[in-house]
Write a protein that binds this ligand. Structure first.
Ligand SMILES: Cc1ncc(COP(=O)(O)O)c(C=O)c1O
Ligand SMILES: NCC(=O)CCC(=O)O
Length: 439
């Protein structure tokens, strides 16, 4: 049961203290409620589908730590495996067995031949780019507006996630030289990709894209966009990098790859594969990966890479993520989408729900006529105050959504029928609150 939030004093007090020692009071911008207003909730614990804050408010969680908590919070088997691993020692700076097992699990689930473990999605994409540049001997990379690949300097150009939520056009501190080799193109636009390759084809090291973007809201690839990118790269001697940090091991056993089957040269993973701990990875073709140190000369390293606790949590999570779990996640996501649509339709709130497997998001469009969100420009044309009103009413009803109109909603397999009923009862007043906002 969600406890309908009625006190936020403790969160407010902690936020004041946090703001005194940390910029904006948070350690990652998307956690602040900047786009929706109000006090970010400080959580103390989670159990299954719910999280509880310092004031004792309990929320049905549709953020799931921004993706990792596929099985819900404090899953008993993950907790037990982690506790046992911690008791043995937490880090050695030597190879360990859990990282081999996790590497084998990733290679078994995905099309990568070899994989290197790192600690964050940002490190994964940063390293994949360096490797692509080292392998091809070329400098330029293509990325798409609205895709977010972590806070890698060269990839912060027109990025999604917190960058769009906060309306930051370009990030001070990222030099022009750093982004001079970044070509930013509109997503889902094959003609733009062809034009870029016609002009710079022999200088492009890689095209990097979210496998199915979820950082401008959920905007799936259209008309075999990934297959087109893979072929264009192959035809031009560039590498196709598919960023599955968000989608990997969440949408299917492998990720979005399990949906469209397009084989990338390199892939990046994170979130679910760490089971709530800092673990991420990049991997791909054996001949490309062979260029990484110590086998090859492209340097890449990390004190805590393949950390035994993180790899144990990730491995245990992946082993528990069976076909049945994915079927349940899909069904739960579908049911929630239907509930949202029913509630918003009842109040006459124009909206579009877009999904990529069990990842989905709701766009509060001005009009539903021909409304399809294909790219960053479309995603930006939302009635944002409506999302703010909807978000806060859901929060007041005990449902924790991403505090941004540009993020995906994440389900966990711990959500049961009671949880769905909690979402349904929060939705009626939330839809009314959205309807009350004048365009
Ligand atoms: C698609 C994608 N790539 C990369 C990242 C960066 O991962 P991290 O936050 O672990 O650095 C994220 C999310 O943050 C993401 O959604
Ligand atoms: N979809 C956006 C993220 O997952 C980002 C999480 C963070 O930056 O804290």
């Amino acid at each position: 049961m969600a406890v309908v939030p009625d006190h936020t004093e403790q969160s407010a007090a902690l936020f004041d203290r946090a703001s005194a020692v940390t910029p904006g009071g948070v350690n990652s911008p998307v956690r602040a409620f900047r786009a929706v207003g109000g006090v970010p909730r400080f959580m103390t614990h989670g159990d299954g589908s719910h999280i509880t804050d310092v004031d004792g408010n309990r929320y049905l969680d549709l953020v799931c730590s921004w993706g990792p908590m596929l099985l819900g919070h404090a899953h008993p088997e993950v907790t037990a495996a982690v506790q046992a691993a911690v008791a043995r020692g937490t880090s050695y700076g030597t190879p360990t067995e859990p990282e081999v097992l996790l590497g084998e699990e990733i290679v078994a689930r995905t099309p990568v031949d070899k994989v290197r473990l790192v600690s964050s999605g940002t490190e994964a994409t940063m390293s994949a780019l360096r490797l692509a540049r080292g392998f091809t001997g070329r400098a330029k990379i293509v990325k798409f507006a609205g895709c977010y690949h972590g806070h890698v300097d060269a990839l912060l150009a027109q990025a999604g996630s917190g960058v769009i939520t906060l309306g930051i056009p370009g990030t001070p501190g990222v030099t022009e030289a750093t982004t001079a080799d970044t070509i930013v193109l509109p997503y889902n636009d094959q003609a733009a990709v062809s034009a870029a390759f016609a002009e710079y084809g022999d200088q492009i090291a890689a095209v990097i894209t979210e496998a199915s973007p979820g950082n401008m809201g959920v905007v799936p690839p259209r008309d075999n966009f990934n297959a087109f990118l893979a072929k264009t790269c192959t035809d031009n001697g560039a590498l196709f990098i598919s960023d599955e940090v968000m989608t990997g091991f969440r949408i299917t056993k492998s990720g979005w790859y399990g949906v469209d089957g397009v084989r990338p040269d390199l892939m990046t993973f994170g979130k679910v594969m760490g089971g709530g701990f800092p673990a991420a990875a990049f991997g791909g073709r054996a001949d490309v990966m062979a260029h990484l140190a110590p086998e090859g000369s492209v340097y890449q390293a990390g004190t805590l890479s393949g950390n035994p606790i993180a790899t144990t949590a990730g491995l245990t999570t992946l082993r528990l993520a069976t076909d049945e779990v994915y079927a349940k996640l899909d069904q739960t996501a579908l049911t929630i989408q239907e509930l949202v649509k029913t509630a918003l339709d009842k109040e006459g709130v124009p909206h579009v729900i877009q999904a990529a497997g069990n990842l989905f998001s709701v766009f509060f469009v001005e009009s539903e006529e021909n409304a399809v969100i294909k790219n960053f420009g479309d995603a930006g044309a939302q009635v944002l105050p409506r999302f703010g009103a909807f978000f806060h009413a859901m929060l007041d009803g005990g449902v924790y959504l991403p505090p941004s109109a540009f993020e995906a909603w994440f389900v966990s397999s711990a959500i049961d029928d009671d949880g769905l009923a909690e979402i349904e009862s929060a939705l009626a007043p939330a839809a009314a609150a959205a309807a009350a906002v004048q365009n």
